[in-house]
Design a protein around this ligand. Structure first.
Ligand SMILES: [Zn+2]
Length: 299
């Protein structure tokens, strides 16, 4: 059974917030509160589920089993979003000559670790909490250090020049603990890269507008329905994370995310889908559906 945190921002600790939406309680077989709302912290603008579920190991297994990834509407798109493109954005911020990457919450593919090993000849380490996936990863990456240990329990004596997390931190109720752990495991000059949904996207703005016109509440987060998102990072919340963990926020990108890429990279044709043009424009204006965050441990 998960615990629930009520009325408290998990980043800045403020108890002052406004309600911006209602979240579905879904059908997942897990204990739930009577209702869950999406709220916006008045101090740091973080968007979070209230109450915020604190998942335990069993809950994580129930939520992220074999059925999770096929159910994800974006999972097929990731194949088209090459790690190379992301790496080109990241590499110029890394200020160490070593080449050790840790991909955590890697799922079943560990795409960045795979790319860095095959194309850039890095040393790779992979963490994934699902034991089923760990078995697959060990088979696919015999050359890697693959662990199914809890991320927060990992050894901090081993240091990395890049720690990479694709769509992980929006799933946990305590992202600061995770990012602090990354800070402890980065070498000086090393970089943490993570990608996470942008709840302040054009897509959310538009869908909320449509819902409001129909007299319905806004459409943010999905704590009890796939993909189980608990929080949405804001610019100010990232600054607070930077202050608390000592990692420098060197870049935040809200362009070229999955929404327009879905149409462009799958070659479905922009003219065929007029909505793709709108999403592409939103991406270019920095209102994309995802955000990429680069934090560095300065020397
Ligand atoms: Zn806050």
């Amino acid at each position: 059974m998960p615990q629930f945190i009520y009325n408290t921002c998990p980043i800045c600790g403020s108890k002052s917030f406004s309600v911006i939406g209602t979240c579905s309680l879904g059908i997942v077989n897990i204990e739930k509160p009577d209702k869950v709302q999406a709220v916006k912290c008045k101090k740091c603008k973080l968007i979070f589920a209230n109450p915020l579920p604190v998942w335990n190991k069993n809950d994580f297994s129930a939520l992220y089993g074999q059925s999770y990834f096929p159910a994800m509407p974006t999972s097929n798109i990731r194949e088209y979003l090459t790690p190379e493109r992301r790496y080109k954005k990241i590499e110029k911020y890394i200020q160490t000559k070593n080449q050790n990457v840790l991909e955590f919450g890697a799922g079943i593919h560990a795409l960045m670790a795979k790319y860095l090993y095959q194309e850039q000849h890095w040393n790779i380490a992979i963490q994934e909490p699902s034991q089923e996936f760990v078995a697959v990863l060990k088979k696919d990456f015999p050359q890697a250090n693959v662990t199914g240990a809890e991320f927060l329990d990992m050894d901090t004596n081993k240091k990395y020049s890049l720690i990479y997390a694709d769509s992980v931190l929006e799933h946990v109720s305590n992202p600061i603990d995770y990012i602090q752990k990354c800070a402890d495991m980065l070498e000086a000059g090393g970089v943490l890269y993570f990608i996470s949904p942008n709840e302040y996207s054009f897509r959310n703005w538009l869908s909320t507008l449509v819902k409001k016109m129909k007299g319905k509440p806004g459409n943010y987060l999905s704590p009890f329905t796939v993909p189980y998102h608990l929080i949405g990072f804001s610019k100010k919340s990232l600054k607070i994370i930077s202050e608390k963990t000592g990692l420098k926020l060197v870049k935040r990108i809200k362009k070229h995310d999955y929404e327009s890429a879905r149409f462009i990279e799958r070659n479905e044709g922009l003219l065929k889908y007029p909505v793709a043009w709108i999403l592409l424009l939103a991406d270019l204006l920095g209102w994309g559906t995802n955000q990429e965050i680069i934090l560095r441990k300065d020397k």
